[in-house]
Unconditional design. Structure first.
Length: 335
């Protein structure tokens, strides 16, 4: 496979606009995993899909949908940014296992089993006790494997993540988080989890969300690239990528929806606090998608060669999707 530079961001949730799509293209971004929903029901998820259909229609000169891994290269050849959709919770399927296949057919490539809290499938990283994968969760993991929907454990707790890796016949990912050894946030992951993800053939997308970083908004590019280098030694260069968690131009109300959904009457602050309740200040070296060249330069400066930089910046994401986001029947036919 060619190691030509291809940039894939493994997680963004922005207040999408033509300006943001133009920034992606200006920064050399070829594809983005865009969050579709957080706590939305099946019906609400259909409306979010409808909104994306309108965006693809209105901005078809800039973006196109990625429904299969090969669409990323097709978008690149067309000079457009490929958008692949993911859910940060299992709410789109509610309590109906048939919705896994329905959502995959509609273009949902990735689904998290939890978003911080206990779900019908697994336990989130904010619960005091990690109950692991539920009976329903076992069934859904099997169905996600069958239809080619990627299992994402970014907001899940440790036991649940390790059990998901054990139960899944396909690679499991953490699309946007960092090693807990770099910064001990609740959302960051232990070395044990990272090693298990790598052994599954999965991938870690490094987050640039300041609450996940040492020194927060003041985290330097050199420190960030040092973190990547140490994790490459732990997981292997083929199991790491970028998942910035960029949330551009979003109002505070969206942050509150992420943290509180409909489940809490009291305000939940997530990784923040009552005294730091809003969006964190952006990193000086990654204000928006136009700054991706800064990250490429930082990795080169840290000593990664061109093939390794290409892997981290996007090739590993493409290979992960090729292994994981293809229905089992199609995979068998190809074999």
């Amino acid at each position: 496979m060619s190691q030509e530079m291809l940039i894939v961001d493994g997680l963004q949730y922005s207040n999408w606009s033509r300006e943001i799509f133009e920034q992606m293209r200006e920064g050399g971004v070829d594809a983005v995993h865009a969050t579709l929903v957080y706590h939305e029901t099946t019906r609400e998820t259909l409306s979010r899909l409808g909104e994306w259909n309108r965006r693809f229609e209105a901005h078809g000169d800039l973006i196109m949908p990625v429904r299969a891994p090969g669409d990323i290269e097709r978008a690149r050849q067309a000079g457009k940014v490929g958008i692949f959709l993911g859910a940060q919770n299992c709410s789109p399927i509610e309590d109906d296992i048939d919705m896994v296949a329905v959502m995959r057919d509609l273009g949902l490539l990735i689904m998290q089993l939890t978003y911080n809290n206990q779900s019908l499938l697994a336990c989130g990283c904010y619960e005091a006790e990690d109950s692991g994968i539920t009976r329903f969760g076992r069934q859904v993991i099997g169905e996600m494997n069958r239809v080619g929907m990627v299992i994402d454990m970014s907001h899940s707790a440790e036991r649940s993540t390790l059990e998901a890796v054990e139960l899944s016949e396909r690679p499991v990912i953490i699309s946007h988080a960092n090693p807990a050894s770099f910064h001990p946030a609740k959302r960051n992951k232990s070395d044990k989890v990272l090693e298990a993800i790598a052994e599954s053939g999965g991938l870690l997308g490094f987050s640039a969300y300041p609450f996940h970083l040492k020194n927060g908004p003041d985290c330097s590019l050199d420190d960030y690239c040092d973190m990547i280098a140490r994790t490459a030694d732990l997981m292997g260069i083929e199991h790491i990528g970028i998942g910035t968690d960029l949330c551009q131009a979003q109002p505070t109300s969206v942050l509150e929806w992420m943290r509180n959904g409909r489940w809490s009457k009291a305000m939940d602050y997530g990784e923040g606090s009552a005294g730091n309740a809003g969006w964190p200040q952006p990193l000086a070296w990654l204000r928006d998608s136009r700054d991706f060249p800064n990250l490429v330069a930082g990795l080169r400066r840290r000593g990664f060669d061109e093939a390794e930089v290409a892997r981290i910046m996007g090739r590993n994401w493409v290979e992960l999707l090729e292994r994981t986001a293809v229905p089992a029947r199609a995979e068998e036919a190809a074999a």
